[in-house]
Structure formats: structure tokens, C-alpha cells
Write a protein that binds this ligand. Structure first.
Ligand SMILES: Nc1ncnc2c1ncn2[C@@H]1O[C@H](COP(=O)(O)OP(=O)(O)OP(=O)(O)O)[C@@H](O)[C@H]1O
Length: 240
């Protein structure tokens, strides 16, 4: 049994004058693909930023790969892809990745592997500002894969991608997990839920559910994840 890659307890985050995470707690098992789902503004990015150690005004405990979130020793062990492309427009895909490999101290031989993994080999020599939005986000993903980090945290990596590419990326996520990486993938597209080993369902700064997709559907008595989400909201409102 693999250990937990991430453990959060009593997590509270204040942004502006609002508590945008309100007492969140969960564990993410190593070597799994966990989906972080919930409507726009519910706190997914804030939670991700807290896990990777970039969020201010965090209280509670977050342990990441056995260390406190944000510990300097975690650098290089976590790959993080934001919603904004993190690659330079005036460099080619390969030039970008060689640059990031050098910064990370990863051998440049790794560049070819990650370009292939995100299916950008045919555009390896194209300037990033001449790529489509989806290709650009895959270039950012390739950068995060350099050095095979133990934890990959991906904020909405499939936005704007066509169904074939989305399926291929989800397959890649599972291959990476099978090889031992842990992935936390946020999405507000509920139909991506079935592709995850486990789901964290958020709403309004709180965790509504932490379960497998199958058990979530079973307990909500539906085969539609969106409906399950609504049922959970109604049950929670009824319990108040
Ligand atoms: N810089 C900020 N200052 C104050 N409040 C913020 C800031 N950034 C985000 N928020 C608020 O924090 C809450 C959570 O935002 P967050 O970006 O974590 O949501 P999200 O679930 O990732 O949304 P989306 O799916 O739209 O990206 C929102 O209500 C948002 O308005």
C-alpha cells in the first residue's frame, strides 16, 4: 500500500476579506489520479496553490510528500501547471524545454521524452506563439513533466482540448500514475470525473465529497456525476 502523497487537515484560506477555503481535509494516495471538481470560483485553484506552497494566508496542516507544503526540498519533486501557459512565446517548444531542463538540472535528453508524451513531436521546432491554445497548454504540461516529478498538480489541463486529445491526456495521466507519480487534476467538466481513481468534489470553499466515482454515483443513486453533485448539494442543504 502506497503512502499518502498529500494530506490536508483543517485547511482555511483567506483571500481579500473572505474565507475561500473553509476547513478542508483529505488525503491523496500515492500513485493515483485524483480529480478536483467543482464549479467556477469554488476554490480549486486556491487549494492547488496551497498544496504547491504558493498561497498566502493559509492555516491548518498540509503535508506534501512527507514534508510541509512549500518546503524548499519539495522543489523539483512537484510539477505544477497553472491555467495560464507558462512557456515563452518567442522560443520554440524544444528551446523552451531545454531552458526549463537547464533550470531544473534535468538532462536535456529528457526533452524528447516529454515532447513525445504530450504528442507535440510534429511541432517541436515551432515557436510557441504560433501554436494553438491547446498545443500551448500541452507545451506547459511537457515542461511540468521534465524530471518525472513525484507529484503533478494540473489546474484544468484539458480546457479547450478536443475529445481525442482529452482522452489521450487522461491516458497519459494514468500511465504516469502507474509508473508511480501522483496526480491531482482540477476540472469543472463533470464528465471527466469518471476518468479519475478518486474525486474531491468542492463547492463554495468546502469539500462536498471525497470518494471513488463509482461509490459517489452509488450513494447518490444515479449514473450521472452532475446529478450526483446536485444530490449532494441538496442533502447538505437539508442537513443544515
Ligand atoms: N487574488 C484574489 N483576491 C481575492 N479573492 C480571490 C483572489 N483570487 C481568487 N479569489 C476568490 O477566491 C475564490 C476561489 O477562487 P479560485 O480561483 O480558487 O476558484 P476556482 O474553483 O479555481 O475557479 P475556476 O474554476 O473559475 O478557476 C473565488 O471566490 C474568488 O473570487
Amino acid at each position: 500500500m502506497m503512502k499518502n502523497a498529500v494530506s490536508c487537515r483543517d485547511l482555511v484560506v483567506v483571500r481579500g476579506d473572505r474565507e475561500v477555503l473553509r476547513g478542508v481535509g483529505f488525503d491523496i494516495r500515492g500513485g493515483s489520479v485524483t480529480g478536483l471538481l467543482g464549479p467556477s470560483g469554488c476554490g480549486k485553484t486556491t487549494l492547488i496553490r496551497a498544496i504547491v506552497g504558493l498561497q498566502a494566508r493559509v492555516t491548518g496542516d498540509i503535508s506534501v510528500l512527507g514534508l510541509p507544503a512549500g518546503a524548499p526540498k519539495l522543489r523539483g519533486r512537484i510539477g505544477y501547471v497553472t491555467q495560464e501557459p507558462s512557456v515563452y512565446g518567442d522560443l520554440t517548444v524544444t528551446e523552451n524545454l531545454r531552458f526549463f531542463a537547464a533550470v531544473l538540472g534535468v538532462p536535456s535528453s529528457d526533452v524528447e521524452r516529454v515532447v513525445e508524451a504530450v504528442d507535440l513531436t510534429s511541432h517541436a521546432d515551432a515557436r510557441v506563439d504560433q501554436l494553438s491554445g491547446g498545443q500551448r497548454s500541452r507545451a506547459s504540461l511537457a515542461a511540468a513533466l521534465l524530471g518525472s516529478p513525484e507529484l503533478l498538480v494540473l489546474d484544468e489541463p484539458t480546457v479547450g482540448l478536443d475529445p481525442v486529445l482529452r482522452r489521450d491526456l487522461w491516458n497519459l495521466f494514468h500511465e504516469l500514475a502507474d509508473a508511480g507519480s501522483t496526480l491531482l487534476v482540477s476540472s469543472h467538466v463533470m464528465d471527466e470525473a469518471s476518468r479519475c481513481d478518486r474525486l474531491l468534489l468542492m463547492r463554495d470553499g468546502e469539500l462536498l465529497a471525497d470518494d471513488t466515482p463509482q461509490d459517489l454515483l452509488l450513494s447518490a443513486g444515479t449514473n450521472d456525476i452532475e446529478q450526483a453533485f446536485l444530490t449532494l448539494i441538496e442533502r447538505k442543504a437539508g442537513a443544515r
